[in-house]
Every structure is written in C-alpha cells, then in structure tokens.
Design a protein around this ligand. Sequence first.
Ligand code: 5GP
Ligand code: ZN
Length: 115
Amino acid sequence: MTENCIFCRIISGGAATELLYQDAQVTAFRDRTPAAPVHVLIVPNRHIPSLSDTAESDEALLGHILTVASRVAREMNIAESGYRVVANTGPNAGQTVFHLHFHLMGGQPLGGLRR
Ligand code: 5GP
Ligand code: ZN
C-alpha cells in the first residue's frame, strides 16, 4: 500500500469501487471513465509504478495479469467479439496513474492503432 495511490486504496477496499475480480496477486475493477462499453483495469496488488519498473522476477505476475484479463473478458461476454489490452507507459503514452494497470476494452469495434 503506497500513500496517496488511488489504485492501492481500491485494492485494499478503501474506496467505493466494486471489485470484479481479486486474488492474492491481482485486482480487476471498472475504469471510472470508460472509453468503451467494457473498460476494466487489471492491476497488480503490489504497488509497481509502471511496466518500466518490472523485472524478470515479475514474469509470473505479468503473465497472470494477462490470463486474468482473458478470464474477465470471458465473464464480461466480450471474448468472442474481441477486445484490446493496453498498458500505457510513461509520458508519450499518456500514463496518468502511476500504479501499473492494464486496460481491458471491448464491447464495440475499437478502431485501429494508427491515427
Ligand atoms: P492511464 O491513463 O494511466 O493509462 O489510465 C488511468 C485510468 O484510470 C484512466 O482511464 C482513468 O479513467 C482511470 N481512473 C483514474 N482514477 C480512477 C479511480 O479513482 N477509479 C477508477 N475506477 N478508475 C480511475
Ligand atoms: Zn499503488
């Protein structure tokens, strides 16, 4: 738990945010400003600022986050229609919350990656 980190507070149950999934390593909850009909954030329970702060020792955790993303996608009924998993990292990606999180988005066509 890191002071003043909103995601740490959500993980520990100290914020009025419904948890969609939680286990010993990760937590999933809805993004408060959804960019798609389904927009879930999947985060490690341990405070890691960004993907740039991970190391080889985090490989199991990072892999687990992706399998949880797949599980939540199935539970939200977007596994067949498709979805996108994104981890904004640093200034050029527009990262705004510095507790590592993976966006899981779907429920409508998401457009391409090129602009
Ligand atoms: P980033 O821009 O860092 O990749 O994504 C941060 C995301 O966290 C944004 O999509 C934003 O809407 C979401 N977010 C920020 N604060 C809160 C909060 O207090 N609760 C929830 N559920 N989502 C939040
Ligand atoms: Zn945190």
